[in-house]
Design a protein around this ligand. Structure first.
Ligand SMILES: CC(C)(COP(=O)(O)OP(=O)(O)OC[C@H]1O[C@@H](n2cnc3c(N)ncnc32)[C@H](O)[C@@H]1OP(=O)(O)O)[C@@H](O)C(=O)NCCC(=O)NCCS
Length: 300
């Protein structure tokens, strides 16, 4: 990232300079994310900074007016997130400017991100292609009695530290890319449940503190019944509290389960990807274990 940190660009009447996102005050970054209505806590941002890299745009007196981050998974894949321009400076080219720096750092990697409506034009112009819709489901949860607890022949139990390698492997199959470092970090701060068949992990979910309450994700399962089975214990644990789950699922038992337990669709974003030419695309699985719940919108 080094050599680019001294660049300048005139934005409207503001002169912005670019800085390594690791060098800025976390409270300023928090204020920026709040200015666009994102419900992230300072701790959530700290987590993103520990794992990701990126840039902040600073005005003449050092206020953070923009950000863009990327999160590496291995050598040839990354996700992009935390792309924000302060409302007073939007539509002046800051988003493009920050993204150009991120894309330059990510040269040679396949890229995936989740685009808000406000950012579609930015990512379209950078060549990102739409993949599928993400449904942000959230609310105060309640557990309904009639819901089946575990599919027949399977054992549902809380995950233990020794289950991490199996969870990371299942996630890698579903996500299409191994992201062991991220899964390890999320696992360490989550309560997890796994569904085991013949002693093998077949499905799992992790749940951690995030934003307004807790988020369930990632959730990896082979079908709706398994996904419901591993999410249900988190609903029970957080009954009467705020829970969130971001999913690509539309229709079917799992998509029906979420609003029934108090997590209706609150908003949608669009998963988009940018692929290196001539290289087989890294895509999420569509058969076997698939991703039912995202780790988060920012992380994919
Ligand atoms: C998305 C966001 C980062 C864009 O930042 P920005 O600094 O306004 O972006 P730019 O000025 O570089 O504009 C990028 C493109 O969007 C277009 N654009 C920007 N604001 C627009 C608006 N209000 N209406 C229509 N188009 C707009 C620009 O014309 C430009 O198009 P082009 O690339 O074809 O020239 C900013 O709107 C934002 O922070 N939104 C809230 C947070 C968010 O949704 N982040 C995205 C997370 S994925």
């Amino acid at each position: 990232m080094g050599g680019q940190a001294s660049e300048c660009k005139i934005i409207d009447s503001f002169e912005l300079r670019i800085a390594d996102i690791g060098s800025v005050d976390i409270e300023q970054l928090h204020a920026l994310s709040m200015s666009v209505g994102w419900p992230l806590r300072a701790e959530d941002l700290q987590f993103l900074r520990e794992f990701g890299r990126g840039y902040a745009a600073l005005d003449e007196i050092g206020r953070v007016t923009g950000s863009a981050m990327w999160f590496p998974h291995g050598e040839d894949f990354a996700t992009i997130g935390m792309v924000i321009t302060s409302p007073r400076l939007q539509a002046n080219g800051t988003g493009q400017w920050l993204m150009q720096h991120v894309l330059s750092d990510c040269r040679g990697r396949d890229l995936r991100l989740n685009a808000t409506r406000a950012s579609r034009r930015l990512y379209d112009s950078l060549g990102f292609q739409p993949v599928k819709t993400v449904y942000q489901c959230q609310g105060i949860v309640r557990l309904l009695d009639e819901i089946v607890i575990a599919p027949e022949g399977a054992i549902l139990r809380q995950l233990r530290p020794a289950d991490l390698p199996a969870a990371a492997e299942l996630d890698a199959h579903a996500f299409g890319v191994a992201r062991n470092v991220l899964i390890g970090k999320i696992f360490a701060q989550s309560v997890g449940y796994g569904l085991f068949r013949d002693g093998e992990l077949a499905a799992f979910s992790l749940c951690r503190r995030f934003g307004r309450g807790h988020v369930v994700g990632p959730v990896v399962a082979a079908d709706d019944g398994e996904a419901i089975a591993v999410v249900r214990p988190h609903v029970a644990q957080h009954e009467g509290s705020f829970l969130r789950l971001d999913t690509h699922c539309t229709g079917g038992a799992f998509a029906g389960f979420l609003p029934r337990v108090g997590m209706p669709v609150f908003d949608t974003v669009l998963t988009m990807s940018l692929r290196r030419e001539g290289v087989e695309a890294k895509a999420a699985a569509t058969a076997g274990a698939v991703t039912y719940g995202l780790a988060s919108q920012t992380l994919g």
